[in-house]
Design a protein around this ligand. Structure first.
Ligand SMILES: [Zn+2]
Length: 204
């Protein structure tokens, strides 16, 4: 979605007719159209971190669907500086609001049949979280882990040592076959990143 091509994920339980949306950064009409096509009612809007390309469309989507927004409270300062974030990209400032609920470490969110565990992985930002959908062997990684790379740590709230520590201690403990949907770019797996990601193998 949007100019930075953030990966927005829709996960649905077709039997229950319910869905969650992760990181609706932009193009809300497109997300809504897809939910309607799939006949899914949106239950939660989950935000991996407070950067504009991930959270920019959340309030609009909330207004159109009534679903609550959940984001880690440590990224509230980033939400408050949305004007500055928009200026970095040279885009219009989206209307944003504080989340309805804090995505705290260890909490279970998502749908009854699609539970997602919140893993706080600070480093890209202080409020960055990953969502682990253990029954699906799926990790939604936000901008913490990418295929062959990791999130940048040079923006406000970023910390290079902390992101490596978060990945090593919280993500690399998962099974090799865990599929990873990063915040940008191609999908990968935990095993592939463990073997080949230069930021983790020490070859960088
Ligand atoms: Zn980001």
């Amino acid at each position: 979605m949007g100019p930075l091509q953030c990966n927005c994920t829709i996960l649905g339980d077709e039997e229950a007719g319910e869905a969650i949306v992760i990181d609706p950064g932009d193009e809300i009409v497109r997300i809504e159209r897809r939910l309607n096509e799939l006949r899914l009612e949106l239950k939660q809007i989950l935000i991996t971190h407070g950067h504009i390309d991930h959270v920019g469309g959340a309030l609009k989507l909330k207004r159109r669907t009534g679903a609550p927004i959940l984001m880690n409270e440590n990224d509230l300062p980033l939400v408050k500086m949305m004007g500055q974030q928009a200026a970095w990209l040279g885009v219009e400032t989206p209307e944003v609001a504080a989340p309805d609920e804090n995505l705290a470490d260890g909490m279970t969110v998502g749908l009854e049949k699609i539970p997602a565990q919140v893993i706080h992985t600070p480093g890209h930002t202080q409020g960055s979280v990953c969502l682990h959908l253990a029954p699906m062997k799926l990790l939604i990684a936000g901008d913490t882990l990418f295929a062959g790379s990791i999130g940048r740590t040079d923006l406000p709230g970023g910390n290079g040592r902390q992101i490596i520590d978060s990945i090593q201690s919280r993500l690399m403990t998962m099974a090799d076959e865990t599929r990873v949907i990063p915040g940008h770019g191609m999908r990968t797996t935990i095993g592939e990143e463990r073997r080949e990601n230069p930021f983790l193998t020490g070859s960088w």
